[in-house]
Design a protein around this ligand. Structure first.
Ligand code: SF4
Length: 457
């Protein structure tokens, strides 16, 4: 499998990896690959399927415009985004990649096709550039979850570049466990060896520490910010108030330490819902679970934590995320929320088990438990916003991840259902799920709670 830890953990902006991060990257990539860009006089963007149905709430329109300006999710300054968009709308102009001015009318040049889905994936988009001589360049891209994008030619095919040979290649957990048996290495050590074909140990550690730094910062921001989240649902940010109360009544109830974990997760997802800086883990909608459980490990598991434990957590979590991405999906538009919150829960459970010294078998058990109890979970965000049920759902997912790790750590690692079997079950369940439950806001909570915003969608 040619994925890396940093493919699963990407620094970006909210509120959605598939509907914000992916489209921003696709828009920029289209222009970077477009011939004779200086001669382009018009760019048209067509959004299809789930991108069209929930794109307003997920800020897909803003993401596409920022991508056309040349911005990237990693480097764009969240506080400047709204001004840049307002400027395009007010002036009717934009500078492609910051250099080539064209006229751009958001009503005529950005089109939403809510009744139409492109063939390869629910999150499809088409970019068309017209030059002054009338010639046209056009390309379809798919946003396949977690900020991954593929062109129409790439999707469903192995990359043309020769794969990097890794010492412990794996396409299933069974293969990874077998490598572990033969080498007597932990999953974290094998992941580290696989990453070493890309960069040295010191660089890898710097990258992992940077991911943890952004996650920590995101939690801290969310624990301070108050007010109403954007989008029109009038959802109040709750994490800061809950955090103040939790600090004042330390361990008033036996389960209060666990209560804090759900607050950490909600803090991250409130930052995400507000379009702030987050790490996809493995998606933005599920971005709160891994930081929350990691903070629980790094702050609340005193005597048991270490800097290297944090890194091992991320490496092992990424192994589980890679398997889910390869053998099922991490896209809510493809298999529902089981593929986002369920996968994040499994990743966090595996990471925590590893960091607390669990065996490879216990890590597998923890990940399996994490997914098993999210099987069938639909994606039905109210008003097309990544707020309800997403924010609280991350709090629940984080707590479940700790429970899964505990069950695994207190077991001998033997269990009836393997991780590979539960991933295949998630894939099959997701593909059987009706489209209205897959990030379309046409079913579930999204239609049983009537909102102003939903009516506008
Ligand atoms: S319901 Fe789950 S999959 Fe859907 S947008 Fe929210 S977090 Fe993502």
């Amino acid at each position: 499998m040619d994925m890396r830890v940093f493919d699963l953990f990407k620094i970006g902006v909210g509120p959605s990896s598939s509907h914000t991060v992916g489209p921003m990257l696709a828009a920029r990539r289209f222009l970077l690959e477009c011939q004779r860009l200086a001669e382009v006089k018009r760019v048209q963007v067509d959004l299809y399927g789930s991108l069209a149905l929930t794109g307003v709430g997920h800020a897909t329109d803003k993401a596409v415009l920022l991508g056309l300006l040349g911005e990237t999710p990693r480097d764009v300054i969240p506080e400047t985004m709204d001004d840049k968009i307002a400027d395009i709308i007010a002036s009717g102009k934009m500078c492609l990649l910051g250099e080539y001015p064209i006229a751009f009318d958001i009503m005529d040049d950005l089109l939403w096709h809510k009744q139409e889905t492109l063939p390869a994936h629910p999150n499809g988009m088409k970019f068309t550039a017209t030059r002054r001589d009338g010639s046209i360049s056009s390309q379809i891209y798919y946003s396949t979850g977690g900020g991954f994008i593929q062109s129409a030619e790439e999707i469903g095919h192995e990359p043309l570049v020769a794969p990097v040979i890794k010492p412990y290649p794996f396409s299933s957990m069974a293969e990874l466990l077998a490598h572990g048996e033969r080498s007597s290495l932990s999953i974290a050590a094998m992941m580290r060896a696989n990453e070493a074909v890309h960069e040295g140990e010191a660089e890898l550690n710097v990258g992992l520490d940077a991911i943890w730094h952004v996650m920590r910062h995101c939690i801290d921001t969310g624990l301070k910010e108050e007010g109403i989240l954007p989008g029109g649902l009038q959802v109040k940010r709750r994490a800061a108030k809950l955090w103040r109360a939790a600090k004042e009544t330390v361990a008033a109830l036996p389960h209060d330490p666990i209560h804090k974990v759900s607050i950490y997760a909600m803090a991250v997802n409130e930052v995400n819902a507000a379009g702030g800086r987050v790490v996809t883990a493995p998606t933005n909608g599920a971005a709160g679970i891994i930081p929350a459980v990691l903070r629980y490990y790094a702050k609340d598991c005193e005597q048991l934590n270490s800097e290297q434990g944090v890194r091992n957590f991320l490496l092992v979590a990424s192994a589980v995320g890679m398997l889910c991405k390869k053998n099922a999906s991490i896209s809510g538009a493809e298999i529902g929320c089981q593929g986002e919150v369920g996968v994040a829960c499994a990743m966090a459970a595996a990471g925590l088990t590893a960091a607390l010294g669990g065996s490879n078998q216990q890590i597998e058990a923890a990940a399996e438990i994490g997914i098993e109890h999210h099987l069938g979970m639909t994606c039905d965000p109210i008003g097309g916003l990544v707020q309800i049920p997403c924010i609280e759902r991350n709090g629940m997912g984080a707590v479940k991840a700790i429970t899964a790790a505990s069950l695994a750590l207190h077991s001998d690692g033997l269990h009836h259902v393997s991780l590979d079997q539960v991933i295949e079950t998630m894939r099959a369940t997701g593909f059987d799920m009706q489209a209205k439950y897959k990030e379309t806001s046409l079913g579930g909570l999204a239609v049983h709670v009537i909102t102003v915003n939903h009516a506008a969608c």
